[in-house]
Design a protein around this ligand. Structure first.
Ligand SMILES: Cc1cc2nc3c(=O)[nH]c(=O)nc-3n(C[C@H](O)[C@H](O)[C@H](O)COP(=O)(O)O)c2cc1C
Length: 362
C-alpha cells in the first residue's frame, strides 16, 4: 500500500520512509530490534547510539540492516560521549540516512555528514536552539515540547511547534506528547512534516523493556504525576516517580552529589572514557557556559540509572524516563499495530475535517 494522500510529506522522501512517523532514540531502549520493527512498519527509527558499547555499535547497525532488508534508518549520538567520532564515521561508512543529536558537532562536521547524504536532524526544546541548529547546518529540526519524555524543555509542544515552524526554513518534526492519529493530523496542521515519538514506542511489545518496568508505565494513569525533576542529573528530566526519586527528594544535596559522582564514575568505566576525555569535555563546556559544563558531567549518571530500569528490570532502583503521554497509553501493541492505527485514525480525522476532499457523491 502506498502512503495515503495528504501524508506523503517531503520528510518521507528525505528519510526514505512510507509514513511521516519517527521513533526517536531512547537510551537502552532503541536498539536494533525496536528500530527494525518501526522501520519495517513504514516508520523511521533511530538507534540510540549513546548507550551502545563502542565495540558493538557497528554490529548493531548491521543487525538493523539485516532485519530490515537494508531499509533507511538513523543513528543518535551525544557529542560528549567518548566515541562520538566513531559513530559519525560509522554513519558515513554505512550510508545511514539520518543522525539525531542534542548539542551538535561543529559546522565542518555537519557539512561532512550532509555531503555524505546524511540528514542532520537535532532535537531542540527552545526556539533559539532551533535557530542555532539551522545556522550550524541542520536540515531537519525535531521540536520537543515540555510534555515529552527524558530531558525536556519548559515550553509545551502547542506553543513551541508553531514558533519554530514560523522561524526556520527547514522541515520541522513535532515531538512531545504524540501517540495517535489525531496528533499526527494536528502536527501537520501546525505546519510540521511528521511526528516523532519516544514513549509510545517504548510502550510496545517490540521495545524489549522488561515486563516489570513496562507494568509501571502502564500503571501511570495520571499525566500530572509524570513529573519533571532536576534531582537525577541537574537537568530537567520527565519521569514516572518511583522509590529512587523519593529517596533523592529526601536526601541532602551532598548525598545526591555523591550518588551522581559514583554513577558518573561507573559510566566512565563502562564506556572506557579516559580521564583526559572527561576533562576535555569539561573544559570545552566551561569555555561555552559554566553551568552547562557542570550539567554535562552530572548527566553521565543518568544512563546508569536508565539502564537499571530498561535493562536490569529494577524499576524501583532506576529512572523511568517518560513523556506525560504514558498516562494515555493503556496497552502494549506491536510497532506495526501502533503505526497502522495512527495512519488509519489520521485518515479518518482528515476525512471528517475535510469532507470536500473525499470522493464526490452525485
Ligand atoms: C526512556 C527514554 C530514554 C530517552 N533517551 C534519549 C536519548 O538517549 N537520546 C535522546 O536524544 N533522547 C532521548 N529521549 C527523548 C526521546 O528521544 C524523545 O525526544 C521523547 O521521548 C519525545 O517525547 P514523547 O516521549 O512524549 O514521545 C528519551 C526518552 C525516553 C522516554
Amino acid at each position: 500500500m502506498s502512503t495515503p494522500a495528504g501524508f506523503d510529506t517531503p520528510l518521507c522522501a528525505l528519510l526514505g520512509c512510507k509514513y511521516p512517523v519517527i521513533q526517536t532514540a531512547m537510551g537502552w531502549v532503541a536498539g536494533a530490534s525496536l528500530v527494525a520493527a518501526t522501520t519495517n512498519a513504514g516508520g523511521f527509527g533511530f538507534l540510540a547510539g549513546a548507550t551502545i558499547a563502542a565495540d558493538e555499535v557497528e554490529a548493531e547497525i548491521l543487525r538493523v540492516k539485516t532485519l530490515t532488508g537494508d531499509r533507511p534508518f538513523g543513528l543518535n549520538f551525544h557529542m560528549f560521549q567518548p566515541n562520538a567520532q566513531q559513530l559519525l564515521d560509522l554513519a558515513v561508512k554505512h550510508k545511514l540516512r539520518a543522525v539525531s543529536y542534542g548539542r551538535g558537532p561543529d559546522k565542518k562536521t555537519i557539512g561532512r555528514l550532509r555531503d555524505a547524504g546524511i540528514v542532520c536532524m537535532p532535537t531542540v526544546g527552545a526556539l533559539k536552539h532551533a535557530q542555532k541548529a539551522v545556522e550550524m547546518g541542520a536540515n531537519v529540526i525535531t521540536v520537543q515540547g515540555g510534555e515529552g519524555g527524558g530531558h525536556t524543555g519548559a515550553v509545551p509542544t502547542t506553543v513551541l511547534l508553531p514558533q519554530v515552524v514560523d522561524a526556520v526554513a527547514v522541515p520541522v518534526v513535532a515531538a512531545g506528547g504524540f501517540y495517535d492519529g489525531r496528533g499526527l493530523v494536528a502536527a501537520l496542521a501546525y505546519g510540521a512534516q511528521g511526528i516523532a515519538m519516544g514513549t509510545r514506542f517504548l510502550m510496545t511489545s517490540d521495545s524489549g523493556v522488561p515486563t516489570v518496568t513496562l507494568e509501571r508505565y502502564l500503571q501511570a494513569r495520571d499525566p500530572e504525576k509524570i513529573q519533571i525533576s532536576y534531582l537525577v542529573d541537574g537537568m530537567p528530566q520527565r519521569m514516572i516517580p518511583n522509590e529512587y526519586l523519593s529517596m533523592l527528594e529526601r536526601a541532602p544535596p551532598w548525598q545526591r552529589l555523591g550518588l551522581a559522582l559514583r554513577l558518573a564514575l561507573q559510566w566512565k568505566a563502562q564506556t572506557g572514557m579516559t580521564l583526559a576525555h572527561a576533562l576535555r569535555v569539561l573544559w570545552q563546556g566551561l569555555r561555552e557556559d559554566a553551568s552547562s559544563a557542570a550539567q554535562t558531567m552530572m548527566a553521565a549518571s543518568a544512563p546508569m540509572l536508565l539502564q537499571r530500569s530498561m535493562v536490569d528490570g529494577a524499576p524501583a532502583q532506576g529512572v523511568m524516563s517518560s513523556g506525560q503521554v504514558a498516562a494515555l497509553i493503556g496497552e502494549l501493541q506491536s510497532c506495526e499495530h501502533v503505526i497502522a492505527g495512527i495512519m488509519a485514525q489520521a485518515q479518518a480525522r482528515r476525512a471528517a475535517l475535510f469532507p470536500a476532499a473525499a470522493p464526490h457523491q452525485p
